[in-house]
Write a protein that binds this ligand. Structure first.
Ligand SMILES: [Ca+2]
Ligand SMILES: [Ca+2]
Length: 99
């Protein structure tokens, strides 16, 4: 029975692993990470302008808002805090500085 239980828990872990939101204590972060990963098309851990624009376009499409590309460009400039041309996950989760 022990083996059976071990296999069962492995299966459960596997299932949980498919939904990172469940395992992480901080669900907001996990959600953001999952969302970020979804748009990180080449998987380098950063969003380039193409990936970022695709993400913003999808958000705008969903809400039926126009001018996604212009807005994406603006947001990209704000998010890319160190200006290296990529938005890292840290930059992505950073709250825009309010002044
Ligand atoms: Ca990328
Ligand atoms: Ca950057």
């Amino acid at each position: 029975m022990r083996t059976y239980k071990a296999i069962l828990s492995l299966v459960l872990i596997g299932m949980v692993g498919l939904s990172p939101v469940v395992i992480a204590g901080n669900t907001d972060d996990a959600k953001r990470q999952a969302y970020f990963n979804k748009w990180d098309a080449d998987g380098d851990g950063q969003l380039n302008s193409t990936e970022f624009t695709a993400m913003v376009s999808a958000q705008f499409d969903k809400k039926g808002k126009p001018n996604a590309e212009a807005e994406a460009e603006k947001r990209f400039g704000r998010k890319d805090a160190d200006g290296d041309g990529f938005v890292s996950f840290d930059e992505f989760t950073q709250k825009p500085k309010s002044k």
